[in-house]
Design a protein around this ligand. Structure first.
Ligand SMILES: [Zn+2]
Ligand SMILES: [Zn+2]
Length: 310
């Protein structure tokens, strides 16, 4: 059976129409807790299904009693959510709150109800998507999610936020990274998350964030070179693929293997491949020396710290 609040017309689940008016005795109310919290009294609203349900379960009913002869629906809705799609999403949000302990620990029901009331009365008009993380943010609730529960969508949001770029070196990157590693800080808040490339992620390892960033800031010139290399290699490889496809198409068209034009194309491709190999090896050398720089500095740092302790 579905119950609706007689005031706002949103679905009411067991949690939302239980009320304390019965002094310990379970009581069902004609309106939801959002509306009650906003100061409306259940006594002013009829709710046929809830009244019947309460009777069946032998529970108390808080609401205006239905008069036998009165066929007119007399509830005077304080605020009726008009769009049914929007209403459905709002109800979804409430269900998500009710079933998510992590969210409940961070946002009190009272706070949620205040927010919902603002929406019901048109004070705020958020665009809801059906994705609860996006929607909680859209209604202005700041919630931190455990990284282990960080689902694909949340990771995608972080990736888009940083434009798929490693925040340390500037190359393409898609690894969602803890600034301070979980093993040290246990901090899974969104402020502790950033985007890194796999290489930086690996180099950083368990290094404290401030130390890694300090070292990284000293070599911004090297990082810029890495970005240049990456771009150069990408564009070379792209043109190599295009030429390779052209060669296949021409071979197919001419229906011969050996031909002056094809030989020329093959020679060009070979030269291009050699150029790519050479750039790649320079690139690798630079990456290796960068890696060595980080690991030697980190080793030194720890040695100094040990000495200080001794
Ligand atoms: Zn309501
Ligand atoms: Zn990087």
């Amino acid at each position: 059976m579905k119950f609706r609040c007689s005031s706002c017309r949103l679905r009411m689940k067991a949690l939302h129409f239980h009320c304390e008016e019965g002094r310990g005795q379970p009581t069902l109310a004609s309106i939801c807790d959002i509306c009650r919290q906003a100061g409306l009294s259940a006594r002013d609203f009829e709710n046929d299904p809830v009244q019947l349900f309460a009777q069946t379960l032998n529970m108390r009913y808080a609401g205006k009693l239905i008069e036998q002869n009165n066929e007119q629906e007399t509830y005077h809705a304080a605020s009726v959510v008009q769009e049914s799609e929007f209403k459905r999403q709002l109800e979804n949000l409430i269900v998500n709150y009710d079933t998510n302990e992590l969210v409940q620990r961070q946002v009190a029901r009272k706070t949620l109800n205040e927010v919902l009331w603002s929406i019901l009365t048109g004070k705020i008009k958020p665009t809801l998507t059906g994705d609860y993380k996006v929607d909680f943010a859209a209604v202005g609730l700041r919630i931190e999610y455990d990284l282990n529960n960080l689902d694909f969508i949340a990771r995608e949001i972080i990736r888009r936020q940083y434009n798929h770029r490693c925040q340390y070196c500037g190359r393409r990157g898609n690894s969602v990274d803890h600034k301070n590693p979980v093993s040290l800080s246990d901090d899974n808040s969104l402020e502790n998350l950033t985007l890194a490339c796999q290489e930086c992620n690996g180099i950083k390892g368990n290094m404290p964030y401030y130390f890694f960033v300090h070292l990284n800031n000293q070599i911004q010139g090297v990082n810029r070179q890495l970005v240049d290399y990456e771009n150069l290699i990408n564009s070379l490889e792209q043109s190599f693929r295009a030429r390779h496809n052209q060669l296949i198409a021409r071979t197919h068209l001419k229906n011969v293997i050996d031909d002056p034009e094809l030989r020329h194309l093959r020679k060009q491709n070979k030269e291009l491949q050699a150029a790519i190999d050479s750039v790649n090896s320079d690139y690798l050398e630079l990456r290796n020396s960068r890696r060595k720089y980080f690991s030697s500095q980190w080793k030194m740092h720890r040695m100094v710290e040990q000495d200080t302790i001794i």
